[in-house]
Ligand binder design. Structure first.
Ligand code: GTP
Ligand code: MG
Length: 215
């Protein structure tokens, strides 16, 4: 087809090369996982198997795409870090993001049965994806700190919320108990009312998961 009269259509393809010499972070996030986790009866607030499945998907993505040096996951999301000098697909944004998202999604379905042998996958899960570029190492570090803090804040709240609900409170009552409370008060509530030492809960729940490529 080269040099045919149709060749001009190629010129309409957008150049979406990412900036050179920046850290690339691809973040994938489960689409509608609030509903997905409910429909599939995930344990609240943390489903060990669901988190392990996410980790497996991330591991397989890293095994396939060697430019990824580090991955951080929590809840229904995973961030993949590519080296500054990475030249994967000539740094074309849509190629990189769509490849990571599709690899992650297909792995989720492919490995579902290994983690949930007694649970039928009721409908195909999907993930969205985006890329963020960071010029400095400090920006990348702050990005990871931000998401780890997000994991901690959400997990502390959710642990209290579900402890209250499981003890017989309605969801609205649990929300009212927690409204305006600071971290120390939530820790105290868990300890005094439910004998839960928050700091002894699994690190994966409190801080998320990190995968690092060994050189
Ligand atoms: P979009 O990402 O905007 O499509 O919405 P979403 O419904 O996926 O919500 P979001 O990504 O903001 O949050 C993830 C949701 O997944 C949480 O609010 C939970 O409802 C659910 N979720 C993630 N991990 C777990 C888990 O381990 N157990 C349970 N029960 N639910 C989880
Ligand atoms: Mg989501």
């Amino acid at each position: 087809m080269a040099k045919s009269k149709y060749e001009y259509v190629k010129k309409f393809e957008k150049n979406d090369s990412l900036l050179p010499n920046t850290w690339l972070v691809i973040r994938v996030d489960g689409r509608g996982f609030h509903k997905f986790s409910d429909k599939h009866g995930f344990v609240k607030p943390n489903d060990q198997k669901a988190l392990e499945l996410m980790n497996k998907c991330a591991e397989n993505v890293m095994n396939d795409i060697h430019d990824i040096v580090l991955a951080y996951g929590q809840s229904d999301e995973y961030s993949f870090v590519l080296k500054k000098e990475c030249n994967l697909y000539d740094r074309r944004e849509t190629k990189i993001v769509s490849t990571v998202v599709s690899l992650f999604s297909s792995n989720y379905v492919f490995n579902w049965n290994k983690y949930f042998p007694d649970k039928e996958l009721l409908y195909p899960p999907s993930f969205d994806g985006r890329v963020v570029q960071y010029p400095g190492d400090n920006n990348l570090r702050d990005y990871l700190s931000w998401w780890q803090a997000d994991c901690h804040i959400n997990n502390l709240y959710n642990t209290c919320f579900w402890a209250l609900v499981h003890s017989g409170k309605t969801e609205t009552e649990a929300e009212n108990v927690l409204r305006g409370t600071v971290s120390s008060e939530k820790n105290e509530l868990l300890y005094s009312q439910f004998n839960i030492n928050y700091n002894k809960l699994p690190e994966m729940y409190r801080k998320g998961s990190v995968l690092i490529r060994q050189e």
